[in-house]
Design a binder for this molecule. Structure first.
Ligand code: MTE
Ligand code: LUZ
Ligand code: MOS
Length: 783
């Protein structure tokens, strides 16, 4: 292939603030989700029968009442699965249907198929199951106590923690608990499976990982991968919850379809979805850190235990990312970090926006917040002091896992935000307000983000694409990424339009389809546009090359010496002396039998990781950001409000600033929900009681602050990412730390900032009130 020709000086589809490719269809209700696909005649509907016990042996299952319920066609249990009873993504410890034993309330035991969704759901409740109950473990702390883990513990040490802590002038130690989070995608889990000739299966489903769904169905049915086609047009949100955990629903529907030779749809209603599926891991931390008089950290030890749930799922890579994000934006010289995946009798926790990164980074932010208050300093000052160095000469540029921080822009980014948000003036104003206001108290905090981009499992960093140019000049792209609202299709289409020098309106992306691009990775780790953008660019580049060679010959232009002699821009193709509309060139090329479609492939270069020693350079680059949040709390009720938020995010050369700003806003508000109002609560019997919006409170539009400023930092990715952009999907979720620490700042004002409030996440109104009262009590004891 010839050298890459950059046409960005004459054409710019990339970098434009284009609306999401489906925006008009979204608002018109025209966009097709899995449940909107017209049903094939004879379609049956499935529902899952769920465990009522948290941990028990199944003595007997009486399904007579289920079978005799109105509309019921069949009932299937584990023994009816034609292939392997497993849907685990890495370790095979995830039964599709419980076999002899249940390990959480909500675990599927059987599938009932009926003539309607309603009949299936009603029938599913009629089973009589005899259990022999076993002792259960619900919290990560209990799991650690009992020494029960789903995977071996991880430990990363650098330097000499013991020596460093002994030599530290000051120390801080304590515990922290940060709760989990329900994904609350608007579209629940769903799968629609249609049997085809030769035992083949067509699977239409809502998933971030069509290739994994293909494997799961093949294994469960004893088929080859080439007999299973998985298609996903779009999701109504995934947020990590449809990376591995769409598998159960897909497998269950496929088992029914195979056994009945009928199309079967399984659509989870909200309560079942929340009872069955895994969530963000909650974390419990024990920490000890040393620091000097200025607040510079000299030693850190953190032991994290996460609630994995009953099986491994993605807990291993989540724990690894937590370990690799404990540093956030800070250089930590001597560290001892441990992460343990506690096995609990709860839903199997999974990927959720940030994938352990937020849980790792919040631990160090909490330590820094404590250090600042202990020293009576502005936490921003302590944060800055601990940042990675600007350049290698300072010797403060290597992460605890050995990767060089080569492009550290956090100093400049924070400086810009500090100025534009008037942080210092407002911090003074907050303190003045608090002096005069006995009941309502304000708080402010500024927090940074550094987030590693790439799957931390190296081989997953690959993608493929297929680009077709049709005779009329219109372009159709199929790539391995999936659309969940994040705009990957818009961005990939912009990349292809850029490459071919044509208007975006001529380019469209199809549904993701395992029969078009094979062996794809999940759309996850924020790499969707990075990976699939590069693959599609390569495919489009091949087509452009062929067209350029063809027309150069026609025109008698020599492109072997000057690759830029043929230029693609503005729906035209030009040389110094000729011009032809792109469409006309395509027609000419077709008649001359030039191949007008191409594949493309991309594998992220320069990644290296040793999973045993937790050492290497697992990330392609780092994305940065920072946020300032100002809150007000009511010290009599614990109620609070976010008054103002100023966000600055480094999207590199943004592929689409409109979409990126939307991603930053959404991630921030989603993170704020995680750290404040969203509380998962299991009762003593181990039943999740917060399994509907009535009891589980996600943020609403009215929770957005009146003053909400979201800006992109002017930067260009120093590595050769797609058009030097940076990923945006997950990292801005960590910007919500500023809300949590602003609340903590407001609480601390009650004792004139002399006491570190004990505050876990989520900081619900109750938790805030409790923390205020505890701080007041301590203040009274030691005036
Ligand atoms: N944005 C929307 N609207 N819906 C989603 O489900 N998922 C997030 C993020 N932004 C999500 C989203 C998560 S968890 C990831 S990993 C990325 O999008 C995945 O897409 P990308 O890699 O194309 O950014
Ligand atoms: N690693 C990662 C992963 O960093 N993010 C992910 O989403 C992921 N998923 C599966 C395996 N490793
Ligand atoms: Mo996102 S948690 O990597 O799907």
């Amino acid at each position: 292939m010839n050298a890459f020709v950059d046409n960005s000086s004459i054409w710019s589809e990339v970098g434009q603030a284009r609306p999401h490719e489906s925006a008009a269809m979204h608002v018109a209700g025209e966009a097709t989700y899995t449940d909107d696909i017209p049903e094939v005649q004879g379609t049956r509907h499935a529902a899952l029968g769920l465990s009522q016990k948290v941990h028990a042996l199944i003595k007997s299952i009486d399904l007579d009442a289920v079978k005799n319920a109105p509309g019921v066609i069949a009932v299937f249990t584990a023994k009816d699965i034609p292939g392997v009873n497993d849907c685990g993504p890495i370790i095979h410890d995830d039964p599709i249907l419980a076999d002899g034993k249940v390990e959480y309330v909500g675990q599927p035991i059987f599938i009932v198929v009926a003539d309607s969704h309603d009949h299936a759901r009603r029938a599913a409740r009629k089973a009589i199951i005899d259990y022999e109950e076993l002792p259960a473990i619900l919290t990560p702390q209990e799991a650690k106590q009992a020494n029960t883990f789903v995977l071996p513990p991880l430990r990363l040490q650098r330097g000499d923690f013991k020596r460093a802590i002994d030599a530290s002038p000051h120390r801080v130690s304590g515990e922290l608990y940060v709760g989990g989070q329900e994904h609350f995608y608007l579209e629940g889990q769903i799968a629609y499976v249609i049997p085809k000739e030769g035992h083949c299966m067509q699977v239409l489903c809502s998933t971030q990982h069509p290739s994994e769904m293909q494997h799961v169905v093949a294994h469960a049915l004893g088929l080859h991968s080439h007999q299973v086609v998985v298609e996903c047009r779009r999701m109504g949100g995934g947020f990590g919850g449809k990376e591995s955990q769409s598998a159960l629903w897909v497998a269950a529907a496929a088992i029914c379809a195979a056994r009945l030779h009928r199309p079967v749809k399984l659509r989870a209603d909200r309560d079942d979805d929340m009872m069955v599926s895994g969530k963000r891991h909650c974390f419990h931390y024990e920490y000890e850190a040393g620091y000097d008089d200025d607040g510079r950290i000299t030693a850190v030890k953190v032991e994290m235990v996460l609630r994995a749930g009953f099986s491994a799922d993605l807990s291993g890579p989540v724990a690894t990312r937590a370990v690799c994000h404990l540093d956030n934006a800070y250089y930590l010289s001597d560290v001892d970090i441990a992460a343990m995946c506690g096995k609990t009798n709860t839903q199997s926790n999974t990927a959720f926006r940030g994938f352990g990164g937020p849980q790792g980074a919040i631990a160090i932010e909490n330590i820094i917040d404590n250090i600042a208050r202990n020293l009576g300093k502005d936490p921003l000052e302590v944060r800055k002091m601990n940042f990675y160095g600007r350049d290698e000469a300072e010797g403060r540029n290597t992460t605890q896992y050995g990767q060089k921080v080569a492009d550290n822009i956090i100093h400049d980014l924070i400086a810009e935000l500090e100025a534009s948000s008037e942080y210092h003036q407002r911090r003074i104003a907050v303190r003045e307000f608090n002096n005069k206001s006995p009941i309502l108290k304000k708080g402010i905090a500024i927090t940074p983000v550094k987030f590693g981009i790439a799957f931390n499992v190296t081989h997953l960093n690959q993608a493929g694409a297929l680009v077709h140019v049709y005779g009329d000049g219109s372009v159709l792209i199929n790539h391995g990424g999936t659309e969940m609202g994040q705009g990957v299709n818009t961005k990939v289409a912009q990349v292809v339009a850029q490459e071919l020098g044509i208007n975006l309106r001529h380019v469209r992306c199809t549904a993701t389809d395992t029969s078009k691009v094979a062996n794809t990775s999940a759309t996850a780790a924020s790499t969707g546009a990075d990976l699939n953008g590069k693959a599609a660019q390569q495919a489009a580049h091949s087509i452009r090359e062929r067209l350029a060679h063809f027309i150069a010959k026609e025109w008698g232009v020599d492109i072997t010496t000057d690759a830029a002699a043929i230029r693609f821009a503005d729906d035209m193709v030009r040389s110094d002396r000729h011009a032809i509309p792109f469409t006309e060139l395509v027609q000419k090329a077709y008649l001359a039998r030039v191949q007008l479609w191409s594949d493309g492939f991309y594998a992220t270069p320069n990644l290296q990781w040793d999973a045993k020693t937790l050492n290497g350079s697992p990330f392609s680059y780092f994305a940065y950001g920072a946020a300032v949040s100002e809150v007000i709390i009511d010290t009599l009720t614990g109620e609070w409000k976010l008054l103002r938020a100023d966000l600055l995010y480094d999207a590199g050369n943004s592929l689409n600033p409109a979409i990126d700003i939307g991603q930053v806003e959404g991630a921030f508000i989603q993170g704020m929900g995680w750290l404040t109002t969203e509380e998962l609560w299991w009762n003593k019997e181990g039943k999740l009681m917060t399994h509907a919006p009535s009891t589980y409170k996600i943020p609403s539009v009215s929770d957005c602050p009146d003053h909400f400023s979201v800006k992109l930092f002017k930067n260009k990715n120093s590595v050769d990412s797609i058009h030097h952009s940076k990923a945006v999907g997950e990292p801005p979720l960590l910007l919500s730390f500023s809300v949590f620490f602003a609340i903590r700042d407001a609480i601390a004002s009650v004792a004139h900032y002399t006491i570190n409030p004990v505050l876990n996440a989520p900081a619900t109104c109750e938790a805030i009130l409790h923390a205020v009262e505890s701080v007041r009590a301590v203040n009274m004891d030691h005036p």
